[in-house]
Structure formats: C-alpha cells, structure tokens
Design a protein around this ligand. Structure first.
Ligand SMILES: Cc1ncc(COP(=O)(O)O)c(C=O)c1O
Length: 356
C-alpha cells in the first residue's frame, strides 16, 4: 500500500498498540479510579497539550487537548465574540472546511462576511486549506485582523505536524486543530485549543463544564473557570483516546519541524515535477500552488473524472482521497512517505489516466 492519505487519517505508529494495551490492562484494569491521579489522567489534557505546543510554537500552558475540532471552533468563536461585544460579524473564507463555516455562521447568527471591517469580531480561517492545500501567511493575516480591531481564530488541522508554526511569535489570539491527521492520534482523537496567554483570563467559554472549573472537586454551586487554558475543558476527558495521541506524539520527539517541512516540500516538488513531465497531456491540472512557500503538505490534482481515478488508484493500493466535484488529494506525511512512494504513485496514476 502507498498511503497518501495521512492528511486525512494519519497512519498508526508502531508504539501505539503496545501503549494502548498497557493503559487498558494496567492503568484502567489494575489502577482503576486511582489512575486519575497515579497515572496522570487528570492532567493529560494539558500535559499532551504542551507536547502539541512544542509543534505549534506555543509556550507551556498555551494548548489544551479536548473535544472535537468542531466543538472547539464553537467554544472559541463564541468566546471571541464575547470579547468583542460591540461587533457583530465573523469573517470566514467561503472555501473553508464546511464545519468551520457552519459553526461560524451559527455563532454569528447568520452575520458572516468575507472581508474585514470595523464590525468584525473575529476572523475564522484555516491556515492550510483542506481542498487546495493553499497555506496562508499567518503573521500577515493576524496583523491585518488586529489592525481592524478583530481577533483571529486559526484552524491548524492541515498544518500541525507538517509545517512550522509560531503561534506565540505571530501574536495569534486563538487556534484549534485536529490530531488525527499528521499527528496520527487515531480516528476521532481529541482536538486541541490554543489561547494566547494574554487572553486566557478573559476568555469566557460557552460550555462551563465542571472539569474546567477552578476547583472541580469542591462541587460549588457557582461557576468559576480555571485561571488558565483548562477552562476550555468541558466534561470528563477521553483518556483512552488521549493515551493513543500521547503515544503517537513520541514519534515527534527529537524531530525538528524544519526538517519535516524540508522533507514535505521535497516530496511535493517531486510529485509536481513528475506530474508535469509525465501527465501533461492527460487533462490533469495541478490545483495547489506551485510555490512551496504557499502550499501545505498535500497536493491537489483537478481532473473531470477525479472520482473514478481515485477509485482506480485505491484498487492498485494507492490510497488518496476525493473531494467533490473534481479534486484528488495526494497527502505527503513527511514522517513516513518516501520519495520512491511518490515515484510509484505517479506510475500508477499514469496507468490509470490512460484508461480514464
Ligand atoms: C480544516 C478542518 N477543520 C476541521 C475538520 C474536522 O473537524 P472534526 O475533527 O470536528 O471532525 C477537518 C477535517 O478534515 C478539517 O479539514
């Protein structure tokens, strides 16, 4: 199998099954309820958050792992609106991943726009676009939003683990991201939230669950949020899913994100070069930016029969995905995709296109 879909569901890391078996048998089976303390379950959302923080340029205490990306977009977009009570609009990119648009629309009660103005409370934007692979200039977009008095909420789902990020350095306000793509956290692994330290005390989450309380075990009648990023926790964390993600992150230890990025860029460039050289007359068009600096870690090809092409590739063991109506996405997860995989995938693609 040539797995070029790590931008959708990251491949299983070799150490994860063993770690999961240990968490189930020893921590849950033997440790029982005591494992909340003795095996660090209670602190796992912030401990694992700090490991992700290293990958996104956030100091410890900036990231927490919780809920799904969708729920986190809802919590942070709502909190952002509450921080700008005199402003009514949310800016979204109409090409952005549907969940971000749907949630932004619901939070803004239909008052969404595509351009910034003095009525914009928050800009919700993917850093790397799920369909085209276009990568935005995070620092520039953030500065533009700030100049207009708005906050910015980045979706890093297609960036984290593949491209260098500097959330603290770029003065980002808020961010979310999923962990089952380049981080290989497993199907439906919990997502993360980032909140700039300067905003943490002010951030008012719309889901004041007991786990985000300053003193959760006091069972108080009133709600006081935790002073830090834990206030974004809602209910009891999903420990088994967190354990799989935690183990998957071991693979990133000692790996420089700049090295990963260099590999990802080289894989993408080889792919585009081979497509140009070998598939020029097949009707395939490169739908992603050709300049590596404007592209994430996947390359989209546009073809009128993209759906059939993707099915035929899958039959040959080349797993890529299809986005309606005419896009085939080739994801190059830099930790485990080799140059020979790119070469072989283009061989298969050439064979498939002849009969498409
Ligand atoms: C940009 C982006 N945001 C969010 C999601 C998914 O959100 P959730 O994890 O809530 O399913 C995806 C999934 O592909 C995505 O590409």
């Amino acid at each position: 199998v040539i797995y070029l879909n790590g931008n959708s569901l990251g491949a299983l890391s070799l150490n994860v099954p063993e770690r999961m078996a240990d968490v189930v048998a020893r921590e849950w089976g033997n440790g029982l309820v005591g494992s909340w303390d003795s095996n660090g379950w209670w602190d796992a959302p912030v401990r694992v958050g700090d490991r992700i923080g290293r990958l996104v340029g956030a100091a410890p205490g900036g990231v927490v792992v919780t809920d799904s990306t969708t729920v986190n977009v809802f919590k942070l977009a709502t909190a952002a609106r509450r921080m700008r009570p005199d402003r009514h609009r949310i800016v979204v990119d109409p090409r952005d991943f549907p969940t971000d648009r749907y949630v932004a629309n619901a939070v803004a009660e239909g008052n969404v726009a595509t351009t910034l103005d003095r009525d914009t409370a928050v800009v919700v934007s993917s850093h790397v676009d799920y369909a085209s692979g276009v990568m935005k200039d995070m620092a520039a977009v953030t500065a533009e939003a700030h100049d207009a008095g708005a906050l910015v909420l980045w979706d890093l789902s297609h960036s984290v683990g593949a491209v260098p990020l500097d959330l603290d350095g770029a003065d980002v306000d808020l961010a979310v991201g999923c962990t089952y793509k380049y981080l290989s956290g497993g199907p439906g692994s919990p997502a993360f939230c980032y909140v700039a330290s300067r905003l943490q005390r002010e951030l008012d989450s719309p889901i004041p669950g007991w786990v985000g309380h300053a003193r959760p075990f006091e069972m108080e009648s009133g709600y006081e949020p935790d002073a830090g990023v834990r206030r974004l926790l809602t209910g009891t964390p999903s420990i088994l899913a967190l354990a799989a993600l935690d183990a998957a992150l071991d693979v990133f230890d000692g790996v420089s994100i700049d090295d990963l990025r260099a590999k990802s860029v080289a894989l993408g460039e080889l792919f585009i070069e081979l497509v140009d050289e070998r598939l020029g007359d097949t009707g395939v068009v490169v739908g992603s930016p050709r300049e590596a600096s404007r592209r994430g870690s996947h390359v989209s090809l546009v073809h009128p029969s993209a759906g059939k092409v993707v099915d035929a590739l899958c039959e040959r063991g080349v797993i890529v995905d299809f986005r309606r109506p005419d896009v085939a996405r080739f994801g190059f997860a830099p930790l485990y995709i080799r140059f020979v995989d790119v070469w072989d995938a283009v061989d298969h693609l050439a064979a498939v296109l002849v009969s498409a």
